[in-house]
Design a binder for this molecule. Structure first.
Ligand SMILES: [Zn+2]
Ligand SMILES: [Zn+2]
Ligand SMILES: [Zn+2]
Length: 261
């Protein structure tokens, strides 16, 4: 496909999204992510992209995308993508406060059969965190070790990409070690004993220990891993149940826990 043909598909996508016509997602977004082909039963790229765009358009009623600076790099097309809008309604638990948000970044895309897949190019995690901070999805640095002000719940797939940089599962040979999946407490006992507070809780999937998360002042869950070698935890904040392997830096959907109940 010519670079002009590719450009046209991207522009068609952006114009339709700006009109609120989300059907375009199924027409032009490839089923596979940029470098991950979902297995049967896993979420496909159009499903994820559509849901995230719908969430953004609800939270930012004037949400707009803009694309420019197309560069043909062999089989790939890179371009600058700007997303902007006024944060008016709740997004994943963070209330809208009327802030105008604008985010420009470089995107790489690949095309096949008239559809495309894209990913952000060289996106520093710090930049992501600072953008999330602007819309209250991550607390300011001085509040990182305090309880969250809002019941934030990012979509699991977004968390996975943020934590691991990829959509697919990383290799981990430890899931068979899982013994306990349901917590029997909703506090970090070690913090309570010291009179401290925490933003979120994790549970050890091997012995059931519940401790505060890695952004907490005391990081009791991580200390538990370092002291015992129990390397698998799950989140027990709100409805969250995603799983993390400390040794492999691997992130899994909480759905995998159903097998161990
Ligand atoms: Zn592992
Ligand atoms: Zn703690
Ligand atoms: Zn443990």
């Amino acid at each position: 496909m010519s670079i002009n043909g590719q450009k046209k598909i991207v522009q068609q996508f952006v114009e339709a999204v700006n009109r609120g016509d989300m059907e375009i997602v199924n027409q032009v977004i490839d089923r596979d992510f940029y470098n991950y082909a979902p297995a049967a039963g896993e979420e496909t790229a159009p499903e994820v992209v559509r849901q995230i765009l719908l969430d953004l358009r609800t939270a930012f009623p004037d949400f707009k995308m803009h694309v420019e600076d197309f560069v043909d790099v062999g089989e790939r097309l890179t371009f600058r993508m700007t997303m902007s809008g006024t944060h008016t309604k709740g997004l994943w638990g963070a209330p809208g406060k009327g802030n105008h948000i604008k985010w420009t970044s470089t995107v790489t895309s690949r095309f096949s059969n008239g559809k495309f897949a894209f990913q952000w190019k060289d996106l520093p995690p710090q930049e992501v965190v600072s953008k999330l901070r602007e819309i209250d999805l991550v607390p300011p640095p001085e509040d990182m070790d305090k309880p969250l002000k809002y019941p934030i719940a990012l979509p699991e797939i977004l968390l996975k990409v943020l934590f691991t940089g990829q959509v697919g599962d990383k290799d981990c040979s430890h899931l068979d070690l899982i013994q306990v999946v349901q917590p029997d407490t909703d506090v970090c006992q070690d913090c309570v004993a010291q009179g401290d507070v925490w933003p979120a809780l994790r549970m050890c999937l091997i012995c059931g220990y519940v401790g505060c998360c890695d952004t907490a002042k005391n990081k009791h869950a991580k200390k538990h891993y370092e002291e015992t070698g129990h390397l698998l935890i799950r989140s027990i904040r709100l409805e969250e149940s995603w799983v993390w392997c400390y040794e492999d830096s691997a992130f899994f959907s909480g759905k995998i826990l159903e097998k161990y109940r």
